[in-house]
Design a protein around this ligand. Structure first.
Ligand code: NAI
Ligand code: AKG
Length: 449
């Protein structure tokens, strides 16, 4: 064991030495590789074939200039990226993020996570992530369209239905996917519906893709709670974010009879002791593209608080971080535990710091890790690709039913490997091991690529 632990430490040290500034990438690699030491013990062939060293090196990374003109006629310059991490399991697959915080470090961490998340779905998709430091907030539809067209003019050389299939993520929703698809189609002169997922349903997006990540999160959390005999109905839930994932997590949680008392945006959070009025949140965020603080104007019983971390000081049974990475640090984890939290389900990617996860586990909080718990979005993206290939569209019920089954399967396979190699409740280790073995075995079968 000591030998394999040392091997993992050596690989981690080498990536830190190569790219010392990529802290988030180091953290996510460290989280995955630390879990798999017991697997390396029984599979020396992974080390002999340098599987770990290969996995931390993206197959391809592209970085490009995006030039566009704003409504005042001023020229704007942004940076675009696509990190194609692994095509072992299928075409590269993963979202595009438009947010000022986007760097190569952020995208490498997200692309690395995506490889294992996608493997957990059991569907034929590799892993990638891309995006830009462009901020769509406050931009007109016209400006967003010009940016998307310029971004796709370069990106289209690197993607295709059997090559790489981007989708949405922070700052990229149905509007952006539409502009991106239009430009791809114009340049390639080909109606490749399967080149992007998250399309609007009337031009061959999948029903239930919009809801899939949030609903999938609740399906996963329900499986985790059911195994312990805990009922979701009547529980108080704290949610962060008010975008795609948060909105549909709240919707499904409410359907299950839970009471969601918070949601947030990058400025602050709202606390509604009567339970969040989701129709009002949708109106503010999806229709008006406004700020979450507007909620208190029509809901006098609710409070608005500036700043994001405060949301974790609200008393709850279950916490669902659905905004962004790094939102739960050790202090937030301690505040949640002190207030009696019994379960945490990660809707966002890497929302909890490594020491926060360790603390939850030490305190026996049931913990649903992102790459398993939020895999429903990309799973339904893969179902969208399947529908596009057969030029058919399935019903909402058909897609939702498949999503539910996929999330159950992810939970059960993670649980099984947690039992086999670690603590039975350690779904972090269980999910990492399940995904790692699937990808590693396929890499071995495909030779030195
Ligand atoms: N959209 C999808 O299908 C999937 C998304 N995710 C992850 O879920 C998280 C949320 O993504 P979406 O809901 O799609 O994005 P979105 O753009 O629809 O919503 C993002 C939300 O997070 C908030 N936010 C963004 N940056 C923040 C910051 N620095 N501090 C506090 N709040 C911040 C925004 O105000 C917004 O409410 C991200 O971590 C994303 O990678 C994971 C799996 C799939
Ligand atoms: O649907 C997809 O391809 C991307 C989803 C995504 O970006 C994620 O799972 O983090």
């Amino acid at each position: 064991m000591a030998d394999m632990k040392q091997y993992v430490e050596d690989v981690l040290a080498s990536i830190e030495q190569k790219d010392p500034e990529q802290k988030m990438f180091h953290d996510t690699v460290s989280e995955v590789f630390s879990s798999i030491v017991p697997v390396l013990e029984v599979h020396p062939e992974y080390r002999e074939n340098k599987i770990l060293e290969r996995m931390v090196e993206p197959e391809r990374t592209v970085s490009f200039r995006v030039v566009w003109q704003d409504d005042k006629g001023e020229v704007q310059v942004n940076r675009g990226y696509r990190v194609q991490m692994s095509s072992a399991m299928g075409p590269y697959k993963g979202g595009l993020r438009f947010h000022p915080s986007v760097t190569l470090d952020v995208l490498k961490f997200l692309a690395f996570e995506q490889v294992y998340k996608n493997a957990l779905t059991g569907l034929p998709i590799g892993g990638a992530k891309g995006g830009s430091d462009f901020d769509p907030h406050g931009r007109s539809d016209n400006e967003v369209m010009h940016f998307c067209q310029s971004f796709m003019t370069e990106l289209c050389r690197h993607i295709g239905p059997n090559v790489d299939v981007p989708a949405g993520d922070i700052g990229v929703g149905g509007r952006e996917i539409g502009y991106l698809f239009g430009q791809y189609k114009r340049i390639r002169d080909s109606y490749d519906a399967g080149v992007l997922t998250g399309k609007r349903v009337d031009y061959w997006g999948s029903l239930a893709r919009t809801e899939a990540t949030g609903y999938g999160l609740l399906y996963f959390v329900k499986n985790m709670l059911d195994a312990k005999g805990i009922d979701l109905a009547g529980k108080t839930i704290v949610v962060s974010g008010s975008g795609n994932v948060a909105t549909y997590a709240i919707e499904k949680a409410q359907e299950y009879g839970a009471k969601v008392v918070t949601c947030s945006d990058s400025n602050g959070y709202i606390y509604d002791p009567e339970g969040i009025d989701l129709a009002a949140v949708k109106e503010i965020k999806q229709v008006r593209r406004g700020r979450i603080k507007e909620y208190v104007e029509t809901h006098p019983q609710a409070e608005y608080h500036e700043g994001c971390r405060g949301v974790w000081t609200v008393k709850c049974d279950i916490a669902l971080p659905c905004a962004t990475q790094g939102e739960i640090d050790l202090a937030s984890a301690k505040a949640l535990v002190a207030n009696g939290v019994t379960a945490v389900g990660e809707g966002a990617n890497m929302p909890s710091s490594l020491d926060a996860i360790a603390y939850f586990q030490q305190q026996k909080v049931l913990f649903a890790p992102a790459k398993a718990a939020n895999a429903g979005g990309v799973a339904v993206s893969a179902l969208e690709m399947a529908q596009n290939s057969e030029r058919l569209q399935w019903t909402f019920e058909e897609v939702d039913g498949r999503l539910k089954a996929i999330m159950k399967n992810i939970y059960e396979s993670a649980r099984k490997n947690a039992e086999k190699y670690a603590d039975p409740d350690d779904l972090v280790a269980g999910a990492n091991i399940t995904a790692f073995v699937r990808v590693a075995d396929v890499m071995l079968a495909q030779g030195l690529v």
